[in-house]
Design a protein around this ligand. Structure first.
Ligand SMILES: *[C@@H]1O[C@H](CO)[C@@H](O)[C@H](O)[C@H]1NC(C)=O
Ligand SMILES: *[C@@H]1O[C@H](CO)[C@@H](O)[C@H](O)[C@H]1NC(C)=O
Length: 435
């Protein structure tokens, strides 16, 4: 019976291949566990000698309350920060090698830290009194009412992880129609810890910290009582939290590639971490994000090499490409500290997953017009996330863009997106007047 034997041979090969992949992946992550463990000790010593103290990391305290010398659990801090498994750490080795701490606050008082970039442009925020960096495009002489008595509407744009306001100002802004420019005040935000915005070393970059910074810098500054929201990726989490806090002010909510995993349980943050940064070797993008999200100290080393030396890298890239101007994505990707990106990844992207259900319930009850846009080739945020939004907000409109991925959902279709956004803002305005 040749067919059965060939079938079993095929099965056997498949099984062998799977075992091999599993073995290699086990080995790689085992080595990364070890590397992170070693780097933890190296950074403790370096921090101690270079800054006079070594602020606690998330290695030694696995979330047990009140461990002396560890970090006390705080509200809004994601379990994923403590609960990441590491073979060596789980043996309890770090508890034995503890250095006495004299600073209990995260990040410590030194900003920038020795492992962060100290250039003028990265630290210009220290003179800005804590406000976020905004790029505002508004009709000439805009007040809250224009000359003919029509009110000028406001649109707040929130970018995703490792990005900045340029994500919108370099794409959608120049493609908006003249009419839109005369009727809307457009505010693109650099989120806390990114772009040209403040990157405080003592913030935990919780969802509420991001929310508060947008409220202070945008809503209070312009005294907004009505606005539209447009957000990409991680920005959608902040946009949803903002919409839930101001349900009567939000006219429309446009979520592009929103990472929403339904669940109100404690496990939601782990679901988000495992879905967005699964510990896998392939594809490389997933491997990269899993290393950066699972390994605090390996991630800090990558930031040390790339972000701290961004001027050198940019110089090299300019030389190779023989162009004076680099693409804004290349520039934005290094404009953070490890502290700001690491905490935002865990406390907003993972930890935020726990509150999104509640936010969506509030949004569902509000009159905000919700539009969800997603590319069907998105490898970063699964397409199902957008359908999940629809389950919570039945009136939401889901638009799937064929052959667009996480970035080409905006890049390359700027004109279409700008036109769609104008229609959304315009029609939500009409809807409001009718009600
Ligand atoms: C639309 O945006 C793209 C990308 O920034 C730009 O190349 C193009 O010139 C813009 N179109 C207009 C009409 O400004
Ligand atoms: C959304 O709101 C509508 C109308 O207020 C309500 O009938 C519906 O049950 C809500 N849906 C969910 C999933 O909460």
């Amino acid at each position: 019976m040749p067919s059965i034997s060939s079938l079993s041979a095929k099965k056997w090969t498949q099984r062998a291949a799977n075992t091999l992949i599993a073995a290699v992946s086990f080995l790689v992550f085992f080595l990364l566990d070890m590397l992170d463990f070693v780097l933890c000790i190296v950074y403790r010593l370096l921090d101690y000698f270079l800054e006079g103290n070594s602020p606690p990391c998330y290695c030694e305290n696995r979330g047990e309350q009140g461990m002396n010398g560890g970090i006390e659990r705080q509200d809004g801090v994601s379990e994923t920060l403590y609960g990441r498994k590491n073979f060596f750490r789980d043996l309890g080795l770090l508890r034995m090698s503890r250095i006495r701490r004299n600073c209990r606050k995260m990040g410590g008082p030194v900003t920038p830290r020795w492992s962060d970039c100290g250039c003028d442009s990265c630290n210009a925020w220290q003179k800005n009194k804590g406000k976020l960096h905004l790029v505002v495009m508004e009709p000439p002489q805009a007040t809250n009412e224009d000359r003919s008595g029509n009110s000028v509407e406001n649109v707040i744009f929130l970018h995703g992880f490792l990005s900045s306001s340029s994500f919108w100002t370099e794409t959608v802004f120049p493609n908006l129609s003249e009419a839109a420019r005369l009727n809307y005040r457009l505010v693109a935000v650099d989120l806390l810890g990114f772009g040209r915005s403040p990157k405080p070393g003592d913030s935990l970059y919780r969802l509420e910290d991001h929310l508060e910074s947008v409220e202070k810098s945008v809503i209070e500054t312009f005294q907004l009582n009505s606005f539209h929201l447009v957000a990409h990726s991680m920005g959608c989490i902040i946009a949803l939290a903002l919409a839930a806090k101001y349900p009567n002010s939000v006219k429309s909510l446009t979520l592009i590639a929103a990472p929403f995993f339904p669940s109100t349980t404690e496990k939601a943050s782990y679901t988000a971490l495992n879905r967005l940064a699964q510990r896998k070797l392939w594809p490389p993008l997933l491997f990269g994000s899993s290393v950066m999200s699972w390994y605090e100290h390996v991630g800090r080393s990558v930031c040390f090499l790339i972000c701290r030396n961004h001027r050198k890298w940019e110089w090299i890239l300019r030389l190779i490409r023989r162009k004076r101007d680099l693409h804004f994505v290349t520039i934005d990707i290094t404009r953070h500290t490890h502290h700001s990106a690491w905490h935002t990844m865990h406390n907003v992207v993972c930890g935020g997953a726990k509150v999104l259900d509640d936010c969506l319930e509030v949004v569902n009850k509000s009159r905000a017009q919700v539009t969800v846009i997603h590319g069907d080739k998105d490898k970063v945020v699964p397409l199902e996330c957008s359908y999940n939004v629809k389950l919570k907000v039945p009136l939401a409109e889901v638009r799937i863009i064929s052959s667009a991925n996480h970035n080409t959902i905006v890049f390359g279709r700027e004109k279409d997106l700008a036109r769609d956004l104008e229609l959304i803002w315009y029609s939500s305005g009409i809807q409001h007047e009718c009600m």
